[in-house]
Design a protein around this ligand. Structure first.
Ligand code: PGA
Ligand code: ZN
Length: 417
């Protein structure tokens, strides 16, 4: 069996928003790997640069002229070597030469090609026989903020988290039920609701934060009763997009409210208590480690998760660990560029008791690699929507993995109560 890279092919494809993105194929004598890169809309300031200045076409040229010649002949089994080579070819601190999304697609395609060369599925290749736990799906049901157009809640995402489920299939079923119940409730509430959905497949409705909380709380309670296990929920505040530096306030436009940092903290603590929120992502803007830490100390039974705060960057995570900012971290491999970089961050997070949440992006393709990463690295949560093709691609891959594992499969260890 040989995992020597024979060929590397890059092409331009589209994500669910119709934006151009990069897809890479890697070919070995015994295997094949393919990966395509996602794209964020509410991006963190500290993410790597996605593409060279001239866009995807320039990235494809970099693959042909610089990356393919360097990687051809290397052994795909040695992921770190491949990823280090990508850093060397790029030569910058934030992948602005070859593009972070270029690095991402090559890195993931390589991992897949290596796994395939050994006749293994990606999660088996990366995680070995210990990789038998399935993540809980954290599913976006109502969109607001930067993910919505027109009138919608100020908070970006209202997310179902069926943490009482005993299998992944049950958990995914619960999320689909919650999503459907919310759609039905929104229709009942207003004849003007026309079933609009965001890029992530979550409903977009002309409601405010409070109405969104009430709607998802009711849907989760009903779904929990029907399914006979607890369905919790949480939010992604995506606070960096609400924060106005000049005023030093979070602007809730729809609500007509402004909150300073202390008021934001109080607001969130009240919400966590009132709705028993299991999950709060980016409660403060991306430079406010201190307030993250204060909320983490004060909130009970709730994951306080950093997305824009950490941007999957190990140095930023170290900063957070030092002050106790958060107890959970979003892992988006394309925020940092390569699988090796992301794995370092995951391992560091897990060593320090952080819950790792592998995540899609709002602009995504039907690439399902994050499903395998969640299982391989025992991430207790995967954030990947409920409906819409790019989301379901990941959900269904996890259903397949659970089926494949049979009675060896179990749910990950997740404590939110
Ligand atoms: P994205 O954001 O649009 O950058 O993917 C989603 C999120 O904030 O989690
Ligand atoms: Zn986020």
């Amino acid at each position: 069996m040989s995992s020597i890279i024979e060929d590397l092919i890059a092409r331009k494809i589209f994500n669910n928003r119709g934006e151009e993105t990069i897809e890479v194929d890697i070919i070995t004598p015994n295997g094949f790997g393919r990966a395509s890169a996602p794209a964020g809309k509410s991006r963190g300031k500290n993410e790597v640069v996605y593409y060279p200045q001239a866009g995807v076409d320039a990235a494809l040229k970099k693959v042909d002229e610089l990356i393919a010649p360097e990687l051809s002949g290397l052994n795909a089994d040695f992921q770190e070597e491949i990823d280090n080579t990508l850093h060397e070819v790029d030569g910058t601190a934030n992948f602005r030469s070859i593009g972070g999304n270029t690095a991402f697609a090559v890195s993931l395609a390589n991992a897949e090609a290596a796994a395939n060369s050994h006749g293994l599925l990606l999660f088996q290749f990366l995680g070995g026989t210990a990789a038998n736990t399935l993540p809980y799906p954290l599913g976006n049901c109502i969109s607001g903020g930067q993910h919505a157009r027109g009138k919608a809640p100020d908070i970006q995402e209202f997310l179902a988290l069926p943490h009482g489920a005993e299998t992944f299939l049950e958990a995914a079923t619960a999320n689909a039920l919650v999503h459907k119940k919310i759609g039905d409730a929104l229709k009942k509430k207003s004849a003007a609701f026309n079933g609009g959905k965001s890029d992530e497949g979550a409903w977009i409705a002309n409601i405010d934060n409070t109405e969104a909380f009430e709607t998802i709380a009711k849907a989760c309670e009903e779904a929990g009763n029907e399914m006979d296990f607890e369905c919790g929920f949480g939010i992604d505040v995506a606070s960096s997009s609400l924060w106005k530096e000049k005023e030093e306030k979070y602007i809730y436009e729809r609500e007509g409210t402004k909150r300073d940092t202390a008021e934001q903290l109080e607001f969130l603590l009240e919400l966590i208590e009132k709705y028993h929120l299991a999950y709060v992502e980016d409660p403060f803007h991306e430079e406010d480690f201190e307030s993250f830490a204060e909320l983490t100390r004060k909130a009970k039974n709730c994951l306080i998760c950093g997305d824009d705060l950490f941007t999957t960057n190990n140095e930023r995570l170290d900063q957070g660990i030092k002050v106790g900012a958060g107890n959970a971290i979003i892992i988006k491999v394309n925020q940092i560029g390569t699988l090796t970089d992301a794995t370092e961050t995951i391992e560091n997070a897990q060593r320090h008791g952080f819950t790792t949440v592998v995540s899609h992006r709002s602009g995504d393709t039907c690439d399902w690699h994050i499903a395998h990463l969640a299982v391989a690295y025992k991430c207790p949560v995967i954030k990947t929507g409920v409906v819409e093709g790019a989301r379901v691609a990941k959900i269904n891959e996890l259903v397949r993995i659970e089926h494949f594992l049979g009675n060896r499969a179990k749910m990950a260890d997740l404590r939110v109560t």
